[in-house]
Design a binder for this molecule. Sequence first.
Ligand SMILES: Nc1ncnc2c1ncn2[C@@H]1O[C@H](COP(=O)(O)OP(=O)(O)OP(=O)(O)O)[C@@H](O)[C@H]1O
Ligand SMILES: [Mg+2]
Length: 410
Amino acid sequence: MLYDVCEDYAEALKAFLDSVRNQAQLRQPDQPREMKRIFTVQNVADQLGVSGSYITRRSKEKDFPTPLFDDSGRRLGWDYPAFLEIRKYLKRCPDLSKAVKTAICAVANFKGGSAKTSTTIILAQGMALRGYKVLILDLDPQASASYQFTSKEKSKDNPLEFGLGDYMLADYADAIFKTQIDEVDENGKVQLFEADMPDPKEITKSTQWYNIDLVESDPMLHLVEIGLARKGDNFLFWEVLKQIVDFVKQPYDVVLLDFPPSLNYSSINGLFAANCVIVPTPPELVDLHSTYEFLDAIAQTFAYYENHEFSKPVDLDFLKILITKAYTEGFPAELEGGLKLMLGNRVMTNSVLGSKVFSNTTAAYTTPFEVHKYKDRQTYKRCIDNLDLVVTEFENLLKEKVWRITDDQA
Ligand SMILES: Nc1ncnc2c1ncn2[C@@H]1O[C@H](COP(=O)(O)OP(=O)(O)OP(=O)(O)O)[C@@H](O)[C@H]1O
Ligand SMILES: [Mg+2]
């Protein structure tokens, strides 16, 4: 039977992965992730856009956040919480009090492996380092984005551990909190009972990154596809997630939605909840063709949803194609150049360059922004400088198109 063949293969593969991780002393998937990066004077200066000598001078003040020292008393730098304290101390936190709304950004493409999750994490961590408050909402049952974070608390007020999928399936005509849910008893019989669902905010959890919270992926997301389809013709299935996001978006500056590699009920909901969209695309013909199919499919299907008499169109502030895993030479580089020339500002100016730093860090469940020391400094600097450019372009897009604030207001 298929299921027992798959069970055998899955066990063999798990044993292989465990042995590779053990041999290379890599972190196991269930070990907690920690943000261990230490910020040197120069790192702090670069992040805050000031000189190293300014940080050195100010660090001598009595109330300046305390650095870490090694055993011989040499100053190493500051850990991540202390780095965020330095931002506050030097009054370099962004002020979004004049922003017109929270940015809700879909990172979407139905092409698998186009770097949706990597882009979500880069943008989340890059924005968090700049002092913004970020929520990642993992819409992909593969849970890749959730894996990069350890969510800190399980909620006392959510003892049944309702997840994103439960809220998406709750009958939102019943205001999504009080609903009927199915439960299987010890005899395998399905029971129907009334449940008071807690406030949806209970599904946001803090993570090891102080400025990043997470709505974890949920195995129930598979069932959302079946459940929403069964709700009937008059049910606006595409607006369910929007209601949940509207509920949880305070107090965040930006909510990033990591999409599954498909255009299904969950991802249609994700697009309806968003006010901006980033479409990550590697610069290969097959990927660009897939991106064309994705955009064309949205154009076809959303014409119906957005014009539905009871529905509101997507509140779109911008949609940008982001070239990922870019090359600096050869055919992909030529393709990218031609694409940018022809599509103009539909494509982000900065692309994410392909870099070994990604594979070397994901193997240990860390990310480029979490690396403290990388053996090849030049490779690391090239990668991180490029990511900073991409995050800055994204930040400027949010300021201009979504938050609608000028630089001196930020
Ligand atoms: N800039 C980059 N340079 C090199 N490798 C990269 C880069 N960005 C992403 N990758 C690698 O590409 C692979 C796929 O990336 P990722 O998981 O982000 O894609 P995805 O679109 O989220 O995939 P899925 O469709 O399965 O959700 C990963 O192994 C990742 O490490
Ligand atoms: Mg992914």
